[in-house]
Design a protein around this ligand. Structure first.
Ligand code: BES
Ligand code: MG
Ligand code: ZN
Length: 491
């Protein structure tokens, strides 16, 4: 499928289906639309009247024009109020149009060009199209939903935007990789196959890669006892993945992205029981999946920034070798942890991953993790929690997220709550009281960062969507690859 920006006016476009975006309260046809309406003998105004089409967000009206015309079908797409139409609205509008047109071969899309940058518009539309059309049929022998038939999509009125379209395609390829990794079940996507995926990205795009095996992790600094404590019950070897993208020449800055990579979280001996969603815990590597997705996109986009991608992959299982509730682990920075709950395993794996990331002497670290159910309780499924230690970095992330159309809400790093993690026998416990559970999780992670500016993203809610939502189809969303990429690309 090819997405092209073209100067062609709507009057001159020929093909299967022409989609016209119309603002609310702007159904009076003017300019090119009025001319097209005349050419089609009033079809558009009739359609508006018959369908009582008002241009409300998400509303559509479709009509067949017939094979004799230069366009076979027409679809009107409501864009809502012009003043509310932001950059991300292009993504959702393009997604709705692409879905409506997916059984056709050629689509012409005309959306109004607002005060947003045309390049950003073309990029957002491209992302919306590709992400809405992506469907993961890998595990169905006979998918009910057939692959889209679309061959070409022309973006009318956005000529000369090939570069922006390519950028949208590269970012979408990273989001799709993240989705596919999360969708893949734990018998398919294991620490071993996750490391293989990282290896494939490295070979395809020329990134450096090191995979630390268990023995290497034991030797790192004081030993990655926290990560390896989680890994010890699994029959599969842990794989500590470190990919590096280096630009040509001196990098403007150096950053690390660290993703929680539990390919399955059974809870360990604090087993997840009835109603806890244990059957959904293949998604517990959502942070790592987005990290690899970002690596794939960034490797293609080639920014002047050095980026380290770190995934401490393992699964949280039960066996005779499993950690016992109450065990004391020592992380690689020497801090000791009383494991009062084996289901708070993500923070144990991240503890060592953060120590590792800080040793890389980067200017900033961002971690992302499906860390707590408490964050979902606080913010719902569409928003991630964000904790930061430095305002400048926090602002960077928020700006990147806004552009990406991904939602974050800043949460407090309330030091006083660390009281809840005090242990009588070790330096800290891994779990505090139920109240403020996502905040104590962030405070726990903070113990493993010395002084590098750091952001923690709790993405437990938005990495997965039960229903189609905007540009997402049901299943893994690929959140927050777009934010990570924008953050790295920003100055
Ligand atoms: N992976 C879970 C968090 C999670 C829950 C992600 C629901 C996605 C959806 C994490 O490892 C976990 O089990 N957290 C516990 C922490 C508790 C034991 C302090 C939780 O949230 O219940
Ligand atoms: Mg858990
Ligand atoms: Zn987990």
């Amino acid at each position: 499928m090819q997405i092209r920006a073209t100067k062609t006016a709507i009057l001159d476009w020929t093909g299967d289906i022409l989609a016209l975006g119309i603002f609310e309260e702007a159904t009076e046809l003017t300019g090119d639309l009025a001319h097209l309406n005349e050419k089609l003998a009033g079809t558009i105004s009739d359609l508006i009247a018959e369908e009582e089409f008002k241009g409300k967000t998400g509303s559509t009206a479709t009509t067949r024009i017939g094979n004799k015309n230069s366009v076979r079908k027409l679809i009107l797409v409501g864009l809502g109020k012009a003043e509310d139409f932001k950059l991300n609205s292009y993504r959702t509008a393009a997604a709705a149009i692409a879905r409506a047109a997916k059984k056709d071969k050629t689509l012409g899309m005309s959306l109004p060009v607002t005060k947003e940058e045309p390049a950003a518009i073309a990029q957002a539309i491209t992302e919306g199209i590709l992400l809405a059309l992506h469907q993961d049929n890998r595990f169905k022998s006979d998918p009910e939903e057939k692959e889209p038939k679309l061959e070409t999509i022309d973006l009318l009125g956005l000529d000369d935007r090939a570069q922006a379209i390519a950028k949208g395609e590269q970012i979408a390829s990273g989001v799709i990789l993240a989705r596919e990794l999360v969708n893949a079940p734990a018998n398919e996507l294991t620490p071993v196959t996750m490391a293989e995926t990282a290896q494939e990205i490295a070979s395809e795009y020329g990134l450096a890669i090191e995979i630390l095996e268990k023995e290497d992790c034991e030797k790192f600094e004081q030993g990655m006892g926290a990560y390896l404590g989680v890994a010890q019950a699994s029959d599969l070897p842990p794989k500590f993945i470190h990919l590096t993208y280096k630009p040509e020449g001196t990098p403007k800055r150096k950053v690390a992205i660290v993703g929680k990579s539990l390919t399955f979280d059974s809870g360990g001996l604090n087993l997840k029981v009835g109603g806890s969603g244990i059957e959904t815990m293949k998604m517990d590597m959502g942070g790592g999946a987005a990290t690899l997705g970002a690596a794939k996109a960034i490797a293609q986009l080639k920014p002047e920034v050095e980026v380290h991608f770190v995934c401490a992959a393992t699964e949280n299982m039960i066996s005779g070798k499993a950690m016992h509730p109450g065990d004391i682990l020592k992380a690689s920075n020497g801090k000791t942890i009383e494991v009062n709950n084996t289901d708070a395993e993500g923070r144990l794996t991240l503890a060592d991953a953060l120590v590792f990331a800080e040793k890389l002497e980067v200017d900033a670290i961002v971690d992302l993790a499906t860390l707590t159910g408490a964050c979902i309780v606080a913010l719902g499924n569409d928003m991630a929690g964000l904790w930061g230690t430095e305002d400048n970095l926090t602002t960077q992330l928020k700006t990147a997220a806004e552009l990406a159309g991904e939602k974050f809400w800043q949460m407090p790093m309330e030091e006083k709550y660390f009281e809840g993690l005090k242990s009588k026998i070790a330096d800290m416990k891994n779990t505090g009281p139920r109240a403020g559970g996502s905040i104590t999780a962030a405070l726990f992670l903070k113990q493993f960062i010395k002084d590098t500016p750091w952001i923690h993203l709790d993405v437990a809610g938005p990495v997965w969507s039960d229903k189609p939502n905007g540009i997402n189809n049901a299943g893994a969303t690929g959140f927050p690859v777009r934010t990570l990429v924008n953050w790295v690309l920003g100055d």
